[in-house]
Design a binder for this molecule. Structure first.
Ligand SMILES: [Zn+2]
Length: 108
C-alpha cells in the first residue's frame, strides 16, 4: 500500500516511511515443528534460504507459514486538506459496444 491512504474523519493512515523504518519485516515458521527463521528487514531471501536449509536438514518438513510485518502511521489530516471537499469520482469510460460498426477515418 505504498500510496494508499485511508482517511477517517480527521485521521489518516499511511505506511511508515521514516528513515530507518523497514518496508517489510519477514519471517517463516515450519508448520511441522514450529521452528522459526527469525525476522529479517526488507529482504525475503534469507527467509527463503532458511526454509530450504530447514527442509534439507528435515526432509519431511516442507510447509511454512510466512509472515510479513509492516509499520503504519496514523496522523491528523492537515487542516487545509480536511476543509477540502472530496473530489467527484471520475466516470468510468464506457467500452465501445462489440456490435458497433467500425468507422473509417478515411473519406470515401
Ligand atoms: Zn520443521
Amino acid at each position: 500500500m505504498d500510496h494508499t491512504l485511508i482517511k477517517g474523519a480527521e485521521w489518516m493512515l499511511s505506511p511508515e516511511t521514516a528513515e530507518g523504518a523497514p518496508r517489510g519485516i519477514y519471517g517463516a515458521q515450519c508448520l511441522t515443528c514450529a521452528e522459526e527463521s527469525g525476522l529479517v528487514d526488507d529482504d525475503t531471501r534469507p527467509v527463503g534460504v532458511w526454509a530450504i536449509a530447514h527442509t534439507r536438514d528435515n526432509p519431511t518438513h516442507r510447509q511454512f507459514l510466512v509472515t510479513t510485518h509492516k509499520h503504519w502511521r496514523v496522523e491528523p489530516v492537515p487542516a487545509n486538506h480536511a476543509a477540502e471537499p472530496e473530489p467527484e469520482p471520475e466516470p468510468e469510460p464506457e467500452e465501445p459496444a462489440q456490435t458497433a460498426p467500425s468507422v473509417s477515418a478515411k473519406p470515401p
